[in-house]
Design a protein around this ligand. Structure first.
Ligand code: COA
Length: 166
């Protein structure tokens, strides 16, 4: 039986740290599904369709990875996909408390599903989607922190925002 892992998140936008986690996940699991949550409450910069497109382009060279949107409870989605583990990236201690809460709650909701924490490469240990957006908004370079097409998408997005604000 194939071991399927689900890597859930908002991915607004997908960064090199996310890609790094996906690649590490593939060393352990047969298939990785990147499950994109709408996360409307976070008012994402990129809509769901845009986020899916950016991720698909980022993982083009990888086999055994799929990208999908999901709605509702993660554990229900896991069951539907026959996933055995949830992958979450863990960067620093600051991530830990919230991640622990989520992992425990998911275990309470579904005792058969494990959460696996993976550390991204050291060079991405400070990288978050929020910080990438902040830097790009003020015109700073995010080269090397996000795939090239994400960098372009960020530039275009903030150009539109700047035009509206003028
Ligand atoms: N506004 C905008 N962006 C924010 C934010 C905010 N207030 N807070 C965090 N972020 C960004 C960060 O930049 C961070 O980026 P990263 O992906 O580079 O780490 C990212 O959002 C992290 O947010 P976080 O809440 O840790 O995870 P997530 O949004 O990537 O994923 C889900 C959370 C989707 C996995 C989780 O909410 C979930 O499973 N939802 C489904 C419903 C469910 O089952 N809930 C019960 C779970 S116990």
């Amino acid at each position: 039986m194939k071991k399927i892992a689900v890597y859930p998140g908002t991915f607004d936008p997908f960064t090199e740290a996310h890609l790094d986690i996906v690649k590490r996940g593939l060393r352990i699991f047969d298939d990785v599904i990147i499950a994109v949550a709408p996360s409307q409450r976070k008012k994402p910069l990129f809509n769901l369709k845009e986020r899916l497109t950016l991720i698909k382009k980022s993982i083009k060279a990888l086999s055994n990875v799929k990208v999908e949107a999901f709605n509702g409870l993660l554990v229900d989605y896991m069951e539907e996909k026959r996933g055995v583990a949830i992958i979450r990236g863990l960067r620093a201690i600051s991530d830990f408390e919230y991640e622990l809460q989520m992992a425990h709650m998911n275990r309470r909701l579904h005792s058969q599903i494990e959460t696996v924490f993976l550390m991204p490469s050291e060079q991405y240990s400070y990288l978050t989607s929020t910080i990438v957006k902040e830097v790009a908004f003020f015109g700073g370079s995010v080269k090397g922190l996000v795939p090239a097409h994400v960098e372009i998408a960020l530039r275009e997005k903030f150009k539109i925002v700047a035009d509206i604000m003028e």
